[in-house]
Design a protein. Sequence first.
Length: 157
Amino acid sequence: MRKFLCILFPVTLVLALMVFSGCSVPQGSRDSKDGLFQASTINALLAGVYDGDMTFRTLRQHGDFGLGTVNGLNGEMIGLDGKFYQIKTNGKAYLIPDTMKTPFAEVTFFHPETTLQITDSMGSYDQLKSYLKKMIPGKNIFYAFKIEEIYSKKLKT
């Protein structure tokens, strides 16, 4: 089982975060739209398997939100709103072509069960982590958080 939470922050960032703590739903499972799909394993990646055989076109069939990497460990992968981005060492995000492959990824279809709007300022990453930890009831369930920026412009009178 997984839990989804959409949090709206009045800050200037967009962050996709997934907390993984167990196994994925097997491919072909009838509940695969309500689970986590994993391409390869972290152990394969740690053993030096840096080239995958799954394209991002295929990965997209299993989820629209997630984390992973690209062939050759050439940056990090972030999946957000059905698009996959490669974050290179220069810090820039590049749209990943459907034909590129991944040696490791974890994705899900993101549909929030709860949406919260936080009006208090989160002054640091540690404050954000502390806040999120309080919201997670257990450590053996998958959680996906999508944190979005919202704007509230003050009108001049």
